[in-house]
Write a protein that binds this ligand. Structure first.
Ligand SMILES: Cc1ncc(COP(=O)(O)O)c(C=O)c1O
Length: 449
């Protein structure tokens, strides 16, 4: 085991310290730094809490440079002539505890392949989480199926299992939960509902490498799990994606589809190409970058986890700051982002955007995250298309529009605050500067209002 890895015992100790602390009463922390309390917010002309930069992303080493050069010089840049993509697939499957992995061009293409192979087709309905990146439901529209949004649990930022069954009808084919920001969705309850109604489960784990639910890796809990390796991701390759699964026949079909429908494994040659397909292949260059990134993934994940738990312990008692909670059964987040909810009523009604701007002025990069995506223009764009009008009755589309409300998600979109994964690669002291800055803004809330 890598000496930098945490032992399971250390994890449990760290995690339970966090949860014990979370149970403590919400009083203003005793460690408040008096100089910060007295200081004028930087947005009002005061000194920022922090002037130092943050860890940059992505990072790479000389090994990565050499392996890219060796692929370049080999002239074997595509998987059909190289060995690197297959090598990566074996390593990634092992890391995830899955039987098989198929590398793809992106996370979006991984989702498209998974939906097609699981038989999601024109006229079907798929239950999706609205608190996500647009790709999660764009792929459903592109499959000519209807993404039906299930409201979000504000505490866990993930699909609320209590809201799933009311959205199921005879056309519902699958549930597409998202382990968003790296936070595992409540997979026991989602899988139980899927089983009861005979639905498929496709996990969007595009932000959840090494996240765990009941100590099993996210992406291995449903029928197929999809990942992204885009530039900002915790395992980046510029672009890239993967599907993982345990069903050999299903994975053979994924392979065949991603490779223009050529025969593969149990997908036997008939006359010419046996099945429909598309080109969703990963390049050899992407695979060597990913293999070099995989050398640091566990160590980085452990650093993010410890820093996130420490940050939570430092900010959870500041009134109006509510850190994320793990869903029941979730044992580890991937921390692609660190989220909390900002309750402006505890901050003299300072609007969230003003709070975000003030935090940035203190030297703490942050974002307000996703908007209410179930209301994005692309939903109407799809519903008004000729294809959708042919596939779904006007009655169904009318009801869809009437029911497309996710009030808890709307609220979350107004209150969320995110820090990026690379900030969590900093030091304990870096986490303290985040907490100091938030506390400073709390102490000065009347001036910011
Ligand atoms: C939750 C989620 N799903 C899907 C995707 C799509 O992945 P990609 O950008 O690799 O196509 C992303 C990427 O940001 C994502 O965050």
């Amino acid at each position: 085991m890598n000496k930098n890895n945490l032992t399971r015992r250390q994890f449990i100790a760290a995690a339970s310290a966090g949860s014990l602390a979370a149970a403590a009463s919400r009083t203003i922390p005793a460690y408040a730094n008096p100089s910060n309390k007295a200081g004028k917010p930087a947005i009002l002309g005061g000194q920022p809490v922090r002037t130092k930069g943050w860890p940059s992303w992505p990072v790479w080493d000389r090994d990565a440079e050499e392996s890219i050069l060796s692929v370049l010089r080999s002239g074997n840049w595509y998987r059909g002539r190289g060995t690197k993509v297959s090598e990566f697939e074996k390593k990634y499957a092992k890391l995830m505890g899955a039987k098989r992995c198929l590398a793809t061009a992106s996370g979006t293409t991984a989702l498209l392949v998974a939906l097609h192979i699981l038989g999601v087709d024109a006229g079907d309905e798929v239950l999706v989480a609205p608190y996500t990146f647009i790709a999660t439901y764009n792929v459903v529209f592109l499959t000519k199926a209807l993404p039906v949004f299930v409201d979000t649990d504000q505490e866990t930022f993930t699909m609320n299992p209590d809201k799933i069954e009311e959205r199921i009808n005879e056309r519902t084919k699958a549930i597409l939960p998202v382990h968003i920001l790296g936070l595992p969705a409540d997979m026991d309850r989602i899988n139980a509902i899927a089983k009861k109604h005979n639905l498929l489960v496709i996990e969007d784990a595009c932000q959840a490498w090494l996240a765990e639910y009941r100590n099993k890796k996210c992406g291995t809990l449903g029928d197929l799990g999809c990942f992204s390796f885009q530039n900002s991701k915790n395992i980046p390759a510029g672009e890239g994606g993967a599907i993982i699964g345990n069903d050999e026949e299903l994975m053979d079909r994924c392979y065949s589809f991603h490779n223009c429908g050529r025969p593969y494994g149990s997908v036997k040659r008939t006359s010419g190409y046996p099945v429909r397909g598309s080109n969703r292949r990963m390049q050899e260059f992407q695979a060597v970058i990913l293999m070099s990134q995989m050398k640091r993934i566990q160590k980085d994940a452990d650093t993010r986890l410890l820093n996130a738990l420490y940050l939570t312990s430092r900010i959870k008692d500041i009134p109006g700051i509510i850190p994320y909670k793990l869903a029941d059964g979730a044992t580890r987040s991937a921390y692609h982002l660190y989220p909390f909810r900002y309750k402006k009523e505890h901050f003299s009604n300072v609007p969230r955007n003003r709070f975000l701007a003030a935090l940035r002025a203190e030297g703490i990069p942050c974002s307000g995250g996703y908007g209410p995506q179930n209301k994005d223009g692309l939903v109407e764009d799809a519903l008004n298309s000729e294809g959708f009008k042919r596939l779904y009755s006007s009655r169904r589309l009318k009801r869809y529009r009437e029911e497309n409300h996710c009030p808890d998600n709307d609220q979350l979109c107004k209150e969320a605050v995110w820090f990026s994964q690379s900030m969590l690669l900093g030091t304990k002291r870096d986490m303290e500067t985040i907490a100091d800055a938030i506390l400073k803004l709390y102490e000065n809330r009347d001036k910011l209002a």
